[in-house]
Design a protein around this ligand. Structure first.
Ligand SMILES: [Zn+2]
Length: 431
């Protein structure tokens, strides 16, 4: 049994000037506390919350006697987190700053400092007493409220001064029971496709992650170079543009969509998911048009991992077990004859050196992942039944060509399940 945690940001309705001013004052005091504490913690190399609190609580209380006392607690927690990450960077030599900078602040609230007031409002304890704030709930918020998630006692509040609203970060939690699995869904991630073996079919999802990742990288770099030249390294306009770029990237982020489709398919069939265990050098061999070796390695590593992470995260949410197997040679070995598959001229279809049958690279990778999961390091999922073990069938008739069409991104990105992609008669390769 595990627990899944999600943060949801909800805006308040615009507040009357007077009420909003109370929050501005509150934020000012909170910010001062956090600044002092963080500085203190970093200077003395203390990152422990209890220690910071033990040393500074009394002083904080006497400095801000009107403030509800728990703000001193949460400010210590906030500062402890900041100090910890600063000290870590410092230790690794990744920051040249003497002291941590406290720039953006959200006010941390614990169960003494806020409470829900019905489903569409909250109350926040301030130096002016409890203030009721109306929320503007959105679809996602209702989804969490109505589907078995419980609201955690901690929350954070940020001020949107332009529109006089609060942005409230609510935390939802849910306990998930891991379901017993009856089989496996194998997932092979490579540079432009994610191949998924469900029952006896391989679905090839076109992702174009290569272009997305590299495109983003180059755009980012262009912005950086341009503005560094014009206004120096620390310019505000640049930061703003980069932030916009990042938001845009996240918004168009299809990894979650894909993870959703895959995990749901596994859940429906009560299967565990098989993923490659990514070593230190995943994907190096697949990359060829970025010059800088180190760089392209890093970029790819990040993108592969991020696909896996999305799948892991979703799997946790749905209680679907994940199994990891060694990905070595998964696309190079014939699962029937344990012989080498020969690919010529960068083709994605290769020929078994013993049986001469044809294999599609991504399909074979999935099958091998599945076999490895079943053969040992596969956890508790029982076998699928003699699907491949007897080696009776040629997986493909040797006359057929198997150049799969793939599920184009434009289509799967709008679908919610494998079933829906089927309607479009897309890539479906029978084994
Ligand atoms: Zn073979």
């Amino acid at each position: 049994m595990g627990e899944v945690v999600r943060t949801v940001a909800v805006r308040s309705t615009p507040l009357p000037r007077k009420l909003f001013r109370a929050f501005v004052e509150l934020e000012g005091m909170y910010r001062n506390m956090v600044k002092q504490l963080t500085l203190f913690a970093a200077r003395n190399s203390i990152a422990s919350f209890t220690k910071i609190k033990a040393l500074r609580y009394r002083e904080l209380r006497s400095l801000y006697p009107h403030l509800p006392s728990h703000y001193a607690y949460t400010a210590c927690q906030d500062a402890s987190t900041r100090a910890r990450s600063f000290l870590r960077l410092k230790k690794k030599g990744l920051t040249s700053r003497e002291y941590p900078e406290v720039r953006s602040v959200s006010i941390w609230l614990d169960d003494h400092l806020w409470k829900p007031n019905g489903l569409t409002a909250i109350e926040v304890a301030t130096h002016k007493g409890w203030i009721r704030v109306e929320l503007e709930p959105h679809k996602q918020y209702w989804k969490y409220v109505s589907s078995g998630w419980r609201l955690a006692s901690e929350a954070k509040v940020k001020l949107d001064k332009k529109s006089r609203r609060l942005i409230i970060y609510l935390t939802f939690k849910k306990s998930v029971e891991a379901c017993e699995s009856r089989g496996f869904v194998a997932v092979d991630v490579n540079e432009n496709y994610v191949a998924v073996l469900v029952e006896d079919k391989v679905y090839l999802f076109e992702t174009g992650f290569r272009d997305v990742v590299l495109g983003y990288h180059y755009r980012r770099k262009r912005v950086q170079e341009k503005y560094d030249k014009l206004f120096g390294v620390n310019c505000r306009v640049k930061r703003k543009i980069l932030r916009k770029l990042k938001e845009k990237k996240l918004k168009n982020d299809l990894r979650w969509k894909l993870a959703n489709i895959i995990v749901r398919a596994a859940k429906e069939r009560r299967c565990a998911i098989v993923l490659e265990e990514l070593g230190k050098n995943p994907a190096r061999e697949m990359v060829n048009h970025v010059r800088d070796d180190q760089l392209r390695h890093r970029i790819y590593q990040a993108s592969f991992r991020s696909v896996q992470r999305a799948i892991e995260e979703k799997a946790r949410e749905y209680g679907v077990p994940v199994v990891y197997v060694d990905p070595k040679n998964t696309s190079k070995m014939c699962p029937v004859h344990s012989a080498k598959i020969v690919y010529s001229n960068g083709s994605r279809v290769g020929m078994c050196s013993v049986g001469s049958e044809l294999w599609h690279r991504d399909a074979v990778a999935c099958i091998n992942l599945l076999l490895r999961a079943r053969l040992g390091n596969g956890g508790n999922a029982p076998s699928l039944g003699g699907l491949f073990v007897d080696g009776r069938g040629m997986p493909f008739p040797s006359t057929a060509t198997h150049d799969p069409t793939g599920v184009p991104k434009s289509l799967w990105a709008r679908r919610k399940s494998l079933g829906a992609t089927n309607e479009y008669k897309l890539m479906r390769m029978s084994l």
